[in-house]
Design a protein around this ligand. Structure first.
Ligand code: SAM
Length: 508
């Protein structure tokens, strides 16, 4: 498979493993109502890493609209790779090699580890949709092929974002953007149908059971000639039907069905001499989605801007929010009523708006997680959701859970307990018992930890445990219980020093 090389790739390709886990601090006064939706203020690299313990493999649909790297420095959307925060990060991660960076290298270094974390967050039947324009589309596709696997490429959707204008374009005016779509695992992806598509076929016949259909000829001129698909068929009227060649000298036409299919599905054929037809039934549940998004129903960039202006007072600097109906369309294809949707480059919060609209439309209970690093996360991203009546919990990215391989003493015991239980089970710990975190899938988890002293898993501690689970996982600083004892009592000792960094078996 062709791969892409860029300055800094060797430094960033495994960098996601080094990104620290941080706590997400809940901010009561910025949150709104009771809900599982989340709006998180912080750099998405660290936020995505911190979401892993709870959400790895659980996100059904990710939509992102990252900076397009247009080189436009004045845009509020932080569209440029010379943003001081990114510069600092690149300096730390890539080092001196970065002195030769061009803006595409920088952009790729920024995206690579973030996409890797998003790949981990996607569920096995999930999909990611990435908006992009021609500044980085080709580069993005190559890194996505590496990160998601080229076999998991689903489509390059083309969205008509402008109509008219652009008369000052130097050569060819570009009216479109791309939305690259990748599945976590193409064999498990089942997108929904497009229920709003305009159907051009006229279904002018009605079956005995009331279903409407049109007739479609079994012979086609333009599928490529194959001798095995050019055979006579005897009709129910006893007549012989053959493929019609417009020019018998140059054979182009053939049947759409093989001999075996004709035999198996003979009863579905309609014979009207000299042609054979199949019935093309009207799809009441929608049509297969197409990659060309040009209809007005997908909105244009200006639709997004007008929409935002109608909700917030001052959006003068927000030039390019996406239209809600575009995102709603994508979510309708890739989610079911209980899915979790993630947008790690949230901007004005269009994705939350689309989730709320879709839930209202079909009675669903989809949840959203939005991440935005700029200070307008509260005043614009969250404020938009507040104004449209959305509910969410607001978080600020907090301190690192581990510093230089040791537990950060500033982290509360509750946050630490929750982190351990989440990384083991993906569930929040609700236990209030000292050391006991909870039981999940017949395994009881203990975190035998004291901030100012070493703990030892010995027989005395073991004999105090009174859960009903068959298996136990116990974290402590040391253990005197040997391998034999552990296996006899279905017990697994995990060292607070070493094993705390593993994450459901995987070192991250
Ligand atoms: C193109 S805008 C997204 C617009 C959004 N789709 C909408 O409809 O409003 C990209 C957003 O990503 C944010 N962003 C850029 N880098 C980020 C990072 N490392 N972490 C979190 N947000 C980031 C920018 O601040 C900006 O708001």
């Amino acid at each position: 498979m062709p791969t892409i090389n860029f300055i800094g790739k060797d430094k960033v390709s495994k960098y996601h493993q080094q990104v620290p886990y941080k706590v997400l601090n809940h901010i009561d006064e910025k949150s709104c109502g009771e809900s599982k939706n989340k709006i998180i203020h912080g750099d998405n690299l660290e936020v995505l890493k911190s979401l892993l313990p709870e959400y790895q493999g659980k996100i059904k649909c990710i939509y992102i609209d990252p900076p397009y790297n247009t080189g436009n420095e004045n845009w509020i959307y932080n569209d440029n790779v010379n943003d001081p925060k990114l510069q600092k990060w690149l300096g730390q991660v890539v080092g001196r090699e970065g002195e030769d960076f061009n803006r595409h290298d920088k952009w790729l270094c920024m995206m690579y580890p973030r996409l890797q974390l998003m790949q981990k967050l996607l569920s096995d039947d999930g999909a990611i949709f990435i908006s992009i324009d021609d500044n980085e589309q080709a580069n993005l596709k190559l890194i996505c092929n590496e990160i998601f696997g080229s076999q998991n490429f689903v489509a390059n959707m083309i969205w008509k974002n402008k109509s008219g204008g652009a008369n000052d374009a130097k050569n060819i005016a570009c009216d479109t953007e791309h939305i690259l779509v990748y599945a976590k695992n193409i064999s498990n992806l089942k997108l929904n149908r497009d229920t709003e598509a305009k159907v051009t076929t006229s279904y002018n016949k009605v079956d005995a059971d009331g279903r409407r259909y049109s007739l479609e000829r079994l012979d086609k001129q333009n599928l490529g000639y194959q001798p095995s698909l050019d055979f006579p068929i005897t009709g129910t009227d006893g007549k012989i039907y053959t493929v019609e060649q417009k020019n018998p000298e140059i054979k182009l036409a053939r049947w759409r069905w093989s001999k075996e299919t004709v035999q198996q599905r003979y009863s579905e054929l309609v014979f009207k001499f000299p042609y054979v037809y199949t019935k093309n039934y009207e799809k009441t549940t929608g049509t297969i989605p197409r990659n060309l998004l040009v209809d007005e129903r997908f909105g244009r960039t200006r639709t997004g801007k007008t929409e935002l202006k109608n909700i917030l007072d001052d959006v003068s600097n927000f030039d390019y929010p996406k239209p809600t109906k575009l995102i709603q369309f994508l979510l309708q294809l890739a989610t079911n009523k209980n899915s979790i949707v993630l947008d790690a480059f949230a901007g004005s919060g269009t994705t939350a708006h689309a989730v709320i609209n879709l839930n209202q439309q079909d009675g669903g209970d989809r949840k959203f997680i939005l991440i935005e690093q700029e200070n307008y996360c509260d005043s614009i991203t969250a404020e938009r959701v507040r104004r449209i009546g959305g509910k969410f919990n607001y978080y600020e990215l907090g301190e690192e859970i581990f510093i230089n391989g040791k537990i950060n003493k500033n982290i509360s015991i509750d946050q630490l307990r929750d982190f351990i239980y989440l990384s083991e089970t993906g569930q929040h710990s609700t236990s209030t018992e000292k050391y006991y975190l909870g039981t999940f899938e017949d395994t009881a988890y203990y975190f035998y930890y004291e901030p100012d002293q070493q703990t030892c898993l010995d027989y005395e501690f073991f004999s105090t445990l009174n859960d009903q689970a068959t298996y136990k996982v116990i974290y402590a600083n040391t253990s005197t219980l040997g391998k034999k004892f552990q296996s006899k009592y279905n017990l697994k000792f995990k060292s607070i020093q070493d094993d705390i960094f593993t994450f459901r078996g995987e070192k991250l």
